[in-house]
Design a protein around this ligand. Structure first.
Ligand SMILES: C[S@@+](CC[C@H](N)C(=O)[O-])C[C@H]1O[C@@H](n2cnc3c(N)ncnc32)[C@H](O)[C@@H]1O
Length: 229
């Protein structure tokens, strides 16, 4: 990864996202975040934590959250949210594709509205597979490629034309469920639903929420080795 790739500075998008995410929370997203995190326990890594909107919803059975966030403005908001969280949260700089964590250290991982934005979903998921213990789970809440041909076409168009440039690298048309399976996770629980807090967000309406597991006994694929394959 080049030095340019390491920089995830999106100052305008970050400020816009911080406002819009609060509006989405009030329009039903709070329930999604609660559902995403219910029942988690032990050590958790959250990638691309943004302004830390998930933190308030972690159950007290979680003993430690390491929240990785590369964007400086959002990270500063996440630090504020961490201080008010019901569980211990450490916020740190870093990228999902190069997680600052030991192999198999975490009982669970959390990816919410982030696999659309990482530069390489395969590398990010490979890293999550590495740091989650065998048998541990990955909770995911993501907007994804539409099932409807018409909306999927619109998604491909906006991705090619402008969306990633104005939305902090976000892509509307990623097939995250397939990416999870290709990375070696077993998708155990999965539901899809539309969620569109405002008209402009129509291309990112299709959402999935669920639980994927790192199979017990599965070796993590070495990221460097995988790149050479
Ligand atoms: C749409 S926001 C979602 C934030 C948060 N996860 C949430 O649920 O509200 C996408 C986040 O992914 C972060 N991000 C982008 N590229 C990333 C990467 N390569 N590794 C980790 N986080 C990344 C952005 O900085 C931003 O905070």
């Amino acid at each position: 990864m080049t030095e340019r790739d390491r920089r995830a500075h999106h100052p305008i998008f970050a400020r816009l996202f911080a406002r819009m995410s609060l509006a989405a929370l009030a329009k039903g997203q709070a329930d999604h975040r609660r559902e995403l995190l219910t029942g988690l326990a032990g050590r958790v890594i959250e990638v691309g934590a943004g302004n830390g909107l998930n933190f308030a919803f972690y159950p007290i059975s979680v003993t430690e959250v390491v929240a990785v966030e590369p964007e400086p403005y959002l990270r500063s908001l996440a630090l504020d949210a961490a201080r008010a969280a019901p569980v211990p949260v450490v916020v740190t700089d870093g990228l999902a594709e190069e997680l600052p964590a030991r192999d198999s250290y975490f009982d669970a991982g959390v990816a919410s509205l982030v696999l659309c934005s990482v530069r390489c979903p395969a590398d990010a998921l490979s890293e999550l597979l590495r740091v989650i213990r065998p048998g541990g789970e990955l909770r995911f809440y993501e907007h994804v490629r539409a099932d409807s041909a018409r909306l999927a076409t619109l998604q491909r168009m906006v991705d090619g034309l402008f969306w990633p440039r104005i939305a902090g690298g976000c892509h509307t048309s990623r097939d995250t469920r397939a990416n999870l399976q290709n990375a070696g996770f077993k998708v155990e629980i999965h539901r899809g639903f539309p969620f569109r807090p405002c008209f402009l967000l129509a291309p990112v309406s299709p959402h999935i929420l669920g639980v994927a597991r790192r199979p017990a006994g599965s070796p993590a694929i070495d990221t460097d080795l995988r790149r050479t394959l």
